[in-house]
Design a protein. Structure first.
Length: 169
């Protein structure tokens, strides 16, 4: 949907989906990991959409106030498999690994999972919290800043029947 005419009939449904954070489809809980490709909405954007719907969904009068039409691109393909680590269940890194991001490879329907790294010094580094993630999203969670994980780091939070791919920097 890109035009007012396409969006207008769905305004209330859009508001409901935005308030429950089902839209836009991102799947990661804000504040648990920082991602350079974050597709989630800010609280200010959510409030703007809510106010627009509750205000009667006005179209506006000035065409110059309209946003530019988005340039649609094909989704990025999954990066090459070299040096990736597939994690299913708990996994201990044998060597240090510079982490650029994660890709949920297989997530059971409706599953939620908090994936974290327990470093050898005992500290915990949150990586991503997927909430009701759907496999059809098929996107990577790219860390804002690559993270060096030393040998002996334990990756936890991947439930039985699920798997994720650790992407190297």
């Amino acid at each position: 949907m890109v035009t007012y005419a396409e969006v207008r009939p769905w305004a209330v449904a859009i508001k409901d989906e935005v308030l429950t954070r089902k839209m836009p489809p991102w799947g990661a809980v804000k504040g648990f990991g920082e991602f350079r490709n974050d597709q989630g909405l800010t609280q200010e954007q959510i409030e703007l959409i809510t106010a627009w719907v509750e205000g009667g969904v006005p179209e506006g009068n000035d065409p110059k106030d309209l946003p530019q039409k988005p340039k649609l691109t094909k989704p990025a393909s999954t990066p090459a498999k070299r040096n990736q680590i597939v994690v299913s269940g708990e996994h201990t890194l044998r060597t240090s690994f510079k982490l650029a991001g994660l890709i949920p490879e297989k997530v059971p329907a409706g599953a939620s999972m908090k994936i974290l790294a327990k470093l050898p010094d005992g500290s915990i580094e949150p990586l991503v919290w997927l909430y009701e993630y759907k496999n059809e999203y098929k996107h990577a969670f790219l860390l804002r800043t690559p993270l060096t994980l030393p040998a002996g780091t334990i990756i936890r939070g991947v439930p039985s029947g699920a798997s994720i791919i650790l992407l190297p920097a």
